[in-house]
Design a protein around this ligand. Structure first.
Ligand code: MEV
Length: 428
């Protein structure tokens, strides 16, 4: 029997106790355990970017309760915003009551673009490129025999003609490339650059751009979960009513771009946090996600929520997820390596399946809170703790001052100072 990620009361433990549980869970080495706190040394940072002078730390939390395709997972999340890790863990517990998340990925196909200009007949040029497709695929695959030996590499060549653009007609050649466990930007860019002179020779045109597209719509990840209505019961509302309100909350994001932007931001709170923890390129994921959200011409919710015939809550999320487990920062950053080990993933597709499930959980946490007590209640409690600490509260004073401010609904530094003084007088 494997370990369960259902770690009840995890948040009540001290950070060191939590860390020890995760270290034991993932069988991290002492060195890996140490990098969870020490992060990136300057010498390592210097190998990653230019002009390095240090590294910038963000909190690393672990979301509990995740069950993805039947496997228990602890999910490392790097994020500066309070409530995100707690929200993901809470929603994962709700989804767990219905069997957890069921996630899938397509193949790891990325798209590279080659822009061709100065063509007398772009459509004829496209026909010529298509006629020499195999030559281009073979050439791209000679550039990187390693990815070919791993059963990846160039798969197809496609052409798109723009008859009008600000600089006139142009042809775009797409190189469809299977990146396997790599994010793939480097290998796709290299392939595009290698193909460019041959594309010029075939078309008689001039190649300008040769670059990966971040709209990775051939590399999709999706997840779905069913939350039994009974799991959504609150002190004030029946679970059936909460489920119905969650569907109403989703409906606004389905039709309205102002809400969809915020709804999707909530999804990306979860997705980015795991993408960063795993050393992947979160700007690439953001770019792909938001473009995918507008794929039918209107920007919409990336997730969908509905009621099952039995009245339970059914959620699903699909988006491009070009993440890797080899190459780039996933290899170089020691905390990213530890994060992958905590999740127990070596394959990019397994990582993407966890990430998309965290996005769905995060969305559920946000819209459940919004559709019931509102988002401020949970936020207030955390914020109140920070205000109490800033006012000088220590030990159990922090929670007592914070609780008093929350119950008064006055969370301010001056009130925290007063409450603290009062408490110390009474405690004598
Ligand atoms: C805040 O970081 C994210 C939310 O605004 C998401 C949402 O509104 O769905 C709470």
């Amino acid at each position: 029997m494997g370990q369960s990620s259902r770690l009840s009361g995890f948040y009540n433990l001290s950070p060191q106790e939590r860390k020890q549980i995760v270290v034991d869970w993932a069988a991290l080495t002492p060195e890996q355990a140490a990098v969870l706190e020490s992060g990136l040394a300057l010498a390592q940072a210097d190998k990653m970017v230019e002009n390095a002078i240090g590294s910038y730390a963000l909190p690393l939390g672990v979301a509990t309760n995740f069950l993805v395709n039947g496997a228990d997972v602890l999910v490392p999340m790097v994020i500066e915003e309070p409530s995100v890790v707690a929200g993901a863990s809470f929603a994962a517990k709700l989804a767990r009551a219905g069997g957890g998340f069921h996630a899938e990925t397509t193949e790891s196909l990325m798209i590279g673009q080659i822009q061709v200009l100065e063509l007398t007949d772009p459509r004829e040029a496209a026909t010529q490129v298509t006629a020499q497709k195999q030559r281009l695929i073979d050439l791209a695959n000679r550039v990187d025999p390693v990815i070919v030996s791993l059963h990846g590499g160039a798969r197809d060549i496609e052409t798109y003609v723009y008859t009008e653009s600000p600089v006139g007609p142009m042809l775009v050649v797409h190189v469809i490339y299977d990146c396997r466990d790599a994010m793939g930007a480097n290998m796709v860019n290299t392939a595009c650059e290698a193909l460019a002179p041959v594309v010029e020779e075939i078309t008689g045109g001039r190649v300008n751009l040769r670059i990966l597209s971040n709209l990775a719509d051939r590399r999709l990840a999706s997840s779905r979960c069913v939350v039994p209505a009974s799991a959504l019961d609150t002190a004030e509302l029946s679970g059936a009513l909460v489920a119905a309100r969650i569907v109403e909350a989703y409906a606004l994001a389905a039709v309205d771009p102002y809400r969809a932007a915020t709804h999707n931001k909530g999804i990306m709170n979860g997705i980015d946090a795991v993408v960063v923890a795993s050393g992947n390129d979160w700007r690439a994921i953001e770019a792909g996600a938001h473009t995918y959200a507008a794929r039918d011409g209107q920007y919409r919710s990336l997730s969908e929520w509905s009621l099952t015939p039995a009245g339970d809550l059914l959620g699903s999320l699909e988006l491009p997820l070009a993440v890797g487990t080899v190459g780039g920062a996933t290899r170089v950053h020691p905390t990213a390596r530890a994060a992958l080990q905590i999740m127990g993933v070596t394959k990019a597709r397994d990582l993407a399946e966890i990430i998309v499930s965290v996005g769905l959980a995060q969305n559920l946490a946000a819209i459940r809170a919004l559709a019931t007590e509102g988002i401020q209640k949970g936020h207030m409690a955390l914020h109140a703790r920070q205000v109490a600490i800033a006012a000088g509260a220590v030990g159990d004073e922090v929670d007592r001052v914070a609780a008093a401010m929350v119950s008064e609904r006055v969370v301010r530094g001056d009130r925290a100072v007063e409450l603290l003084a009062q408490m110390r007088r009474t405690d004598g």
